[in-house]
Design a protein around this ligand. Structure first.
Ligand code: ATP
Length: 327
């Protein structure tokens, strides 16, 4: 089976064809980089309008043969972007006369880690721009075991770097500067299984305004927020009795976060897997891979029921492509 994936939830216009028989996927992406400030929904939608057709054409040209289904990110994401990518996917499925598959973007971040690692039933830490949550499978759904009470982890880092005057995206710049920094303490906010980043961001901005070297602020920011994520991921492993952890989302490209999670897993004799960067940040490869699993399970959509959902939660998705419901 060959599946075309289309991704366009926020900043990344992407298309990919996954060949399930060869287990290979080629990803074609065009990033939206705001001239100043953060992601502007209207500009991001313009980016999708211009680039989704191009990346789709490149993906289809690269495929070894016709595709058997078209999968697209149904949400969560920015409404104007989702609508453009969704319209493209619907038109393609109709013109190619193949089934349409609506994929939850956050479940795709998780499933690509499960697919690439070969893990059975991992806990997943999704550390992306607009989201941060810990998921585990139970009773036919991915349950949200812990999540941010306010902003996503990547957006929080980006807000701090905007304050400093650095261009978007800020996460990689925080990582670079943190290497030369010394740890400074920031509020550590974990409540039960949930976490919060907005107070830390305000404290980081304040510390910078008060003259703390930016390298030290970046170091303190990373150590604090990543320790919070690691603590909750560890508790999720402990409470669920699982011994496999996968990482998802663009912030997962950060080497320090991966190091902390790997150390935690080693200490508790659990396995840890972080996909390669092209599968961590937003990408259509993960949409095509999960789309193929869903299509094989017959989990397809009629065009009239294929509306997008900017608040689409992972725990709303009935997991039709796994047969181990009682884990
Ligand atoms: P979501 O998947 O929740 O819709 P998103 O669309 O913003 O989020 P992602 O590609 O998953 O997209 O993540 C982008 C985020 O990753 C940005 O906030 C960016 O700053 C952050 N990021 C990228 N590289 C790094 C890094 N090396 N360290 C920390 N953060 C990073």
């Amino acid at each position: 089976m060959r599946v075309l994936g289309v991704e366009g939830t926020a900043w990344c216009a992407s298309a990919a064809v996954f060949d399930a028989d060869a287990d290979s996927v080629d990803i074609f992406s065009e990033a939206y980089e705001p001239a100043s400030g953060g992601i502007h929904p209207r500009e991001a939608a313009e980016h999708m309008r211009e680039h989704v057709p191009q990346v789709v054409e490149r993906a289809l040209d690269s495929a070894d043969g016709p595709v058997d289904a078209v999968a697209f990110s149904r949400g969560p994401g920015l409404g104007p972007c989702l609508r453009i990518a969704g319209t493209a996917a619907r038109a393609l499925a109709q013109s190619l006369d193949v089934p349409l598959v609506g994929v939850n973007h956050m479940v795709a971040h998780l499933e690509i880690g499960r697919h690439r690692s070969g893990f059975d039933s991992p806990v997943c830490l999704n550390a992306s721009g607009a989201n941060a949550h810990v998921l585990g499978y139970h009773g036919g759904r991915y349950r949200v075991l812990g999540e941010t009470m306010d902003t996503g982890i990547g957006n929080a880092l980006d807000k701090f770097t905007r304050h400093v005057g650095w261009s978007h995206p800020g996460g990689p710049k925080v990582e670079e500067h943190a290497k030369d920094g010394e740890y400074v303490e920031f509020p550590y906010v974990v409540k039960g299984m949930d976490f919060s980043f907005s107070g830390i961001m305000s404290a980081a901005k304040q510390a910078y305004d008060d003259g703390e070297p930016v390298e030290n602020v970046c170091c303190g920011l990373q150590e604090t927020t990543f320790a919070m994520l690691t603590e909750v991921a560890e508790r999720a492993l402990s409470l669920s009795g699982r011994d496999e952890l996968v990482l998802g989302g663009g912030v997962g490209q950060n080497a320090r976060l991966r190091e902390m999670l790997a150390e935690m897993c080693e200490a508790r004799d659990a396995k840890f897997y972080a996909p390669e960067p092209r599968f961590l940040r937003d990408n259509a490869g993960m949409i095509a891979v999960l789309g193929a699993k869903m299509a094989a399970a017959g989990d397809t959509l009629d065009v009239e029921d294929s509306g997008v959902d900017s608040d689409f939660r992972p725990d709303e998705v009935p997991v039709t492509w796994r047969d181990d419901e009682d884990l």
